[in-house]
Design a protein around this ligand. Structure first.
Ligand code: GAP
Length: 447
């Protein structure tokens, strides 16, 4: 069997549009740059991405959740360094008016769009935060920012969460939520967008233990991807060297993924020292120290942050699971055809099983709907598909990553059994309808 991976991002972009994973935002108005909408399958997939991350974090006794507001007191962004330092160097081409990030240009004097040399402007710093106005008066006093990261909502809530949850350091706070960045060069589909979701966890530790925890979280996070079926050869660590380190970071590693556009950051793991809590103490005037009752000592905890993009993890999951295979037609005969498969881990698959009547006869449809009802009661997401040959329906489900297909045929009416076909092996089992939900759950759990 010949097997091919994803050759370019465009192939995936087409699949996403065709099958309803991801659409350009405001498409009927010509679209808005670097914003995307998730369709029915994309929404399920995104919920699953969040679920596996949230479970990996909050099923531990030492991590609790938070859902902070997007709009925060403007001083937060002064304290965090974003108002003064969250900038990219912007250059314009005087000939064709294209804009670039100066640090991404190979030749700073030549425009990559029109090729004209010597017309590039001097770099000027451009702040990536989106501004808006709070209240009726559009004056500077009411300027607020759309948060460029979710992390700050966690730091400012450190005392609230610590005292109410009664957690002792070391412990972490996890949050999933929207973040906004007015990126100069958004590109590559959902890889770099202006509105995206982050999944961030800030782990508060005693100073001096920070580098041990940093190593611990590096391992936890890379293991997470292996657990959900990512190919190990598509993942690597990239260490931030002195020039690359963010203003807050004592040490930083990215987990990079080998996207069709090359190795790129998937997630960041940062030792943020006591930078953030100290800054918020200074700007808010509130004491953010932790009191260690056992040791009878006070300190400002250090923070180890794991920061991933939900949209980027979803994109990586799609790239990683995409494959094309030459297989024999499943409608019988010797015809060889190409099937596209998204070989998702079942925890990620938007649909866990597709239920199909062999024909559109009402008695078969009735059995299908009973199966769907039983699965829904057990919170297993199944789908119904009755159009086209069975082979074509299998292909459709392969392309959206459905692990199992369940076919109800005329024998089902007498023997009370259905045919279950497996996405990856294309093998089939005959299973009693009574056992189907349990069988499906077992297969999903023991992938
Ligand atoms: N709190 C630390 C922080 O925000 P970051 O490296 O700027 O660190 C963390 O962002 C993660 O958020 C990235 O690894 C990426 O997955 C995601 N991310 C950042 N900017 C993004 C963008 N413009 N579009 C999509 N995802 C983005």
């Amino acid at each position: 069997m010949k097997l091919k991976g994803l050759k370019d991002l465009q192939t995936l972009v087409s699949l996403c549009k065709r099958r309803g994973f991801i659409f350009q935002s405001s498409e009927i108005y010509g679209g808005i740059n670097a914003c995307y909408d998730y369709g029915p399958l994309g929404t399920e997939l995104k919920l699953n991405v969040k679920k596996i991350w949230w479970d990996a974090m909050t099923l531990r006794p030492d991590i609790v959740g938070l859902d902070a507001a997007i709009l925060m007191a403007p001083l937060v962004w002064k304290a965090s360094g974003h108002i003064d330092g969250f900038t990219d160097p912007l250059v314009d081409c005087g000939n064709c008016r294209s804009r670039f990030r100066a640090d991404q240009l190979k030749d700073p004097s030549k425009c990559p769009t029109c090729g004209v040399s010597g017309k590039m402007s001097e770099p000027r710093l451009f702040n990536l935060m989106f501004k808006t106005f709070m209240g009726a008066a559009e004056d500077t006093a009411s300027v607020v920012y759309l948060r460029p990261e979710t992390a700050q909502g966690i730091y400012v809530n450190f005392p609230n969460v610590q005292t109410t949850s009664r957690k002792k350091v070391p412990f972490g706070i996890a949050q999933i939520g929207k973040a906004f960045r007015n990126e100069i060069t958004p590109a590559n589909f959902t890889f770099r967008t202006r509105e995206f979701e982050q999944m961030e966890m800030q782990f508060f530790v005693k100073p001096g233990t920070d580098m041990d925890w940093f190593e611990y979280w590096k391992k936890e996070r890379i293991d997470f991807y292996a657990q959900y079926g990512f190919n190990k050869e598509n993942l690597r660590f990239h260490q931030h060297k002195d020039g690359e380190l963010a203003h807050y970071a004592k040490a930083a590693f990215d987990i990079q993924y080998n996207f069709p556009i090359g190795w790129q950051e998937l997630e960041g793991i940062h030792n943020r020292s006591d930078f953030d809590l100290t800054q918020h103490q200074k700007f808010s005037g509130k004491n953010l120290e932790y009191f260690d009752e056992a040791a009878k000592e006070k300190y400002v905890p250090y923070v180890i942050e794991t920061s991933s993009g939900c949209d980027r993890m979803l994109l990586a999951a799609m790239c990683d699971s995409y494959r094309e295979e030459e297989v024999r037609s499943e409608d019988g005969g010797d015809k060889i055809e190409t099937r596209v498969v998204l070989g998702f881990h079942p925890a990620l698959a938007p649909v866990k099983a597709a239920v199909m009547p062999l024909s559109k006869k009402p008695e078969l449809q009735e059995v299908c709907h009973q199966i769907l009802k039983t699965a829904a009661a057990k919170k297993i997401k199944m789908d119904y598909d009755e159009s086209g040959s069975i082979g074509k329906r299998y292909r459709r489900q392969d392309e959206i990553g459905t692990p199992l297909c369940v076919t109800v045929d005329f024998d089902s009416l007498t023997d009370q059994k259905v045919t279950v076909r497996h996405r990856d092996t294309m093998k089939q089992d005959r299973i009693g309808i009574d056992h189907l939900t349990k069988y499906t759950q077992d297969k999903l759990d023991n992938f």
